[in-house]
Write a protein that binds this ligand. Sequence first.
Ligand SMILES: NC(=O)C1=CN([C@@H]2O[C@H](COP(=O)(O)OP(=O)(O)OC[C@H]3O[C@@H](n4cnc5c(N)ncnc54)[C@H](OP(=O)(O)O)[C@@H]3O)[C@@H](O)[C@H]2O)C=CC1
Ligand SMILES: O=C(O)[C@@H]1CCC=N1
Length: 271
Amino acid sequence: MTRIAVIGGGKIGEALVAGLLEAGRATKDLVVAEQFPARAKEIAEQFGIRVTTVADAAEGADLIVVAVKPSDVDGVLTALGEVELDSDREQLIVSLAAGVPTSRFEPKLPAGFPVIRAMPNTPMLVGEGMSVIAPGRYVKEAHLELVRDVLSAVGKVTVVSENQMDAVTAVSGSGPAYFFLVVEAMVDAGVSLGLTRRTASELVVQTMLGSAAMLDRSEESATELRAAVTSPAGTTAAAVRVLEQNGLRSAFIEALHTAKDRSAQQGAIND
Ligand SMILES: NC(=O)C1=CN([C@@H]2O[C@H](COP(=O)(O)OP(=O)(O)OC[C@H]3O[C@@H](n4cnc5c(N)ncnc54)[C@H](OP(=O)(O)O)[C@@H]3O)[C@@H](O)[C@H]2O)C=CC1
Ligand SMILES: O=C(O)[C@@H]1CCC=N1
């Protein structure tokens, strides 16, 4: 079985570990490196897996997943310098760090060592993640297949070229946060209309679940499905008009452009 070292036991590291364990991966095949002692203890206790240093975790791992903040990537690369990495053993690095290009890793690793840039999202915690992967210059098809195989246990996986990864980060990496924000706003609106928060939450969550399931299963686009809800001169048309008047669509477009720029900026050497 593939041995996986997750460097960084923060939010996304935890989502990956939890999703992989839930999907049936054995605790003995997972190890986490986490520098913050309280967090390291929490992860070890919660998941019953080994939590150790970067060098110890990477030693003997087939897949080294870098799940630290972009500004901490160089520190991880320095720590990996203590490890005898071996590309002949099909060992490889998968970086989840937003914005950081594979070309930032490659010169600091043994010649030809493969690096894949990946952008997952937190719904992998419940097996419904969207992971996008992009190969660095030394990546072979077998490496991509291995990473696809691991990540497909926690959701969907697609491959793009690396120059699209900042856009991907803005859309699906950060995407769950936009969704939760819309949920918060709709629940607040329900409360302001006189519903209890509990009732408003139940209504909104099930409406989101049902609508997502329709999008997933139906041949129709979001535009067509929305049209089907919008009765002539009815409530939906009235509400959508107000949302458009208030710039919902252009707010999303501008927000995602800003997220893409921020991704690229975080990947620059001095972010
Ligand atoms: N959160 C998300 O939804 C997603 C995040 N990402 C990417 O994943 C990365 C991590 O994000 P996130 O999980 O939110 O961040 P967090 O800050 O929650 O987690 C990062 C963890 O890594 C630890 N860490 C930092 N350096 C080291 C080191 N050298 N050795 C061991 N542990 C270390 C940090 O410790 P300390 O607190 O002490 O710094 C922290 O606990 C980022 O690059 C982000 O762009 C990608 C997709 C989605
Ligand atoms: O907010 C961030 O920078 C990270 C990357 C995508 C989701 N979270």
